[in-house]
Design a protein around this ligand. Structure first.
Ligand SMILES: NC(=O)c1ccc[n+]([C@@H]2O[C@H](COP(=O)([O-])OP(=O)(O)OC[C@H]3O[C@@H](n4cnc5c(N)ncnc54)[C@H](OP(=O)(O)O)[C@@H]3O)[C@@H](O)[C@H]2O)c1
Length: 386
């Protein structure tokens, strides 16, 4: 395959550093022409030394100056509120790998699609809050979208060469997180440290908390709805604690195809970058005789209401998923700062939805205005009603 230039957003995070591993393995296939990070300027500087990108973004102007002082005119440095979008609009690249966390990633996804770029999407929040708008851009022929999430990558791999009309359902698997076996009463004593202790995946803090509440799986159901264009009644979730089967496709003749692998994001990242080609990867191999047992359960929506909140919001459409995402980002931050309890995360999200009148979300202005107004007020409103 010809050399592909990557603009890597979130280069200092969990997905960002795994992406860098893939680039190191395939120096003839991939190069990094731009990078973006938020706070970790030291790691970004190390990455600049290794990959010599032409442009970078860092949130804080003081950190941007640090980079300019060090590298001079050899690199263009963006910062501040509009800097990220300028990086996406100005840099020369073939693939945008968006691994920023939260709705902060939406504008970059949209800007890259409008430039007709391929977007390898880890930032699932882009599709949760902007799914309808992004779908309309793709339908108009702008750019292309390839999932990085292991579940959606699994489905994409199972769907190679398949006729859409033969699909009966998509089944997303979930590890169940660290509280899969905890009783509802014991949820009251969950601390941030407990919730950050994921049993099978090593990830950034926000997605780790979302995995513990199953909000992450709810987001992935919404993501699957937009990526694979299926109604919510054809999307299912199975709890699978070993995280070996990454997702499954059920066909109208009853056959089920699954994609299996060790729980490691490097494979889905590499597949998204090389898609539709498949590149080799050396190292550890999955051995089912060693694992011996794979378990599956239906999710418990009583103990994990976030999953149902997402499916209901996705089904309602419009601004409802924007509200779920914004309220969840506020709730996760407040939980990590010990301002609210673990159970308050679904409580706050449900409260935000109850207090919202759903509108169509077919443009960026309405999405961003809804996101902003929820973030500004929801925590105080929720706390003051108790
Ligand atoms: N981790 C996984 O295994 C996994 C799997 C599937 C999907 N995802 C999705 O991938 C995304 C990233 O997850 P992660 O686990 O890699 O998160 P993470 O480790 O917290 O990394 C987030 C990255 O985004 C950067 N960032 C955050 N806000 C930014 C902003 N406003 N502007 C520019 N950069 C910003 C951070 O920079 P600093 O570090 O410099 O602050 C960091 O590089 C999330 O949407 C997540 O749901 C993750």
């Amino acid at each position: 395959m010809s050399l592909q230039k990557i603009l890597l957003l979130g280069s200092t995070g969990s997905i960002g550093t795994s992406t860098i591993q893939c680039v190191r393995r395939f120096k003839d296939s991939f190069s990094v022409s731009g990078m973006a990070a938020s706070r970790n300027v030291d790691r970004l500087i190390d990455q600049i030394i290794e990959f010599s990108p032409s442009s970078v973004y860092i949130s804080d102007p003081a950190d941007a100056k640090k980079i300019t002082d060090r590298f001079g005119d050899s690199i263009k440095v963006y910062c501040g509120e509009s800097g990220l979008e300028s990086l996406v609009n100005d840099t020369d690249y073939d693939i945008l790998l968006n691994a920023i966390v939260g709705a902060a990633g939406l504008r970059s996804t949209i800007a890259a699609l409008k430039r007709n770029k391929k977007v390898a999407l880890a930032n699932k929040e882009s599709l949760v809050v902007g799914g309808e708008y992004i779908t309309s851009l793709l339908n108009q022929g702008y750019g292309s979208l390839v999932p990085v999430d292991s579940e959606h990558s699994a489905i994409l791999q199972c769907l190679a060469g398949v006729k859409d009309s033969t699909i009966e359902s998509l089944i997303l698997t979930a590890s169940g997180g660290p509280f899969r076996n905890r009783s509802k009463e014991d949820f009251l004593s969950i601390t941030p440290a407990d919730a950050l202790n994921h049993p099978t995946w090593s990830m950034g803090k926000k997605i780790t908390i979302d995995s513990a509440t199953l909000m992450n799986k709810g987001f992935e159901v919404i993501e699957a709805h937009h990526l694979f264009k299926l109604p919510y009644k054809q999307l299912r979730v199975w709890i699978h604690p070993q995280s070996i089967i990454h997702s499954l496709v059920e066909f109208h003749d009853g056959a089920i195809l699954a994609q299996l692998g060790l729980p490691d994001m490097e494979l889905p990242i590499q597949y998204a970058l090389s898609y539709p080609e498949r590149l080799p990867m050396h190292g550890k191999r999955l051995s089912l005789p060693q694992i011996r047992q794979l378990d599956f359960f239906d999710p418990d929506l009583d103990r994990f209401p976030c999953l149902k909140l997402c499916i209901d919001a996705g089904t309602a459409g419009g601004t409802a998923p924007v509200v779920v995402n914004a309220a969840n980002e506020v709730a996760v931050e407040a939980f990590l700062e010990n301002k609210i309890a673990f159970n308050d995360i679904p409580g706050l999200v449900a409260f935000a939805l109850d207090n919202h009148q759903v509108h169509p979300a077919d443009n960026l202005e309405i999405i961003e205005e809804t996101d902003r107004s929820v973030r500004l007020t929801i925590l105080n409103k929720y706390l003051s009603r108790r």
